[in-house]
Design a protein around this ligand. Sequence first.
Ligand SMILES: NC(=O)c1ccc[n+]([C@@H]2O[C@H](COP(=O)([O-])OP(=O)(O)OC[C@H]3O[C@@H](n4cnc5c(N)ncnc54)[C@H](O)[C@@H]3O)[C@@H](O)[C@H]2O)c1
Length: 260
Amino acid sequence: MELYSLKDKVCAVTGGGSGIGRAIAEQFAGRGALMHILEWDPATGTATAEGIVSRGGRAFSHPVNVGNQKEMTRVMSEIASGTGRLDVLVNCAGIAHVGNLENTAEADFDRLVQVNVKGVYNGMFAVIAQMKSQGGGVILNIASVAARVGIADRFAYSMTKGAVVTMTLSVARDYLAEKIRCNSISPARVHTPFVDGFIAKNYPGKEEEMFRKLEASQPIGRMARPEEVAWLAVYLCSDEASFITGCDYPIDGGFINLNN
Ligand SMILES: NC(=O)c1ccc[n+]([C@@H]2O[C@H](COP(=O)([O-])OP(=O)(O)OC[C@H]3O[C@@H](n4cnc5c(N)ncnc54)[C@H](O)[C@@H]3O)[C@@H](O)[C@H]2O)c1
């Protein structure tokens, strides 16, 4: 038996055009999944799907804003109508913000909630009826170590990731009988355009210094690579993880337990 196979599972990943979401889409497709990439940026979503297809996999890209419930329910029902199933949803789309309470403007706060919190709610809301009717499914939400540890200048971002973890627990509890497993992953720093983007925006002229500082904040001495997060996602969404629900998994190079 091949372990961690996702053969013929119909899987959707939000934010699949870049970084962790793209790595998840690629790793899932490499294990036989029929991948659906839900991505705000049509160019990057299409590029991920085309890359998968060029390597012999199956993937489709759907331009969508995760913060828009109508769009999300429409796209998810289109996906399910193709094969009659939607086995796995990974909510990965997210945006960054650097700032403490005083320099978090109301508009920033609302924007973070709209994507990082409402986007996850919309994703789960849009698949739950289908998962119930087909007799089960798997939901995986990408949170962050910021949900557990007080990270400097991450006021709004941390708030959204705390909400992702608690939504995960709530859904895991409420849909036990329907055989829907729901878990989250909490990465520390992963080297993606997300990190490069907020460094460039918030620390102009100090990019190199800040990058090294962020690397060193993982006791293991570096940032994660996106595929390292994707491999954990593969396991949690595979049938081998059938006993796992209602858990948040740090993947953090020692960030939570060894930073002393
Ligand atoms: N990179 C890190 O260090 C790190 C650490 C912990 C958690 N995370 C979380 O992992 C997830 C992915 O991060 P990443 O580093 O791969 O980021 P990324 O910026 O490389 O990718 C995020 C993707 O989400 C898409 N997206 C953003 N808003 C969207 C919207 N409204 N609708 C649809 N798609 C949208 C972007 O276009 C992008 O393709 C995020 O939720 C982030 O908070 C990242």
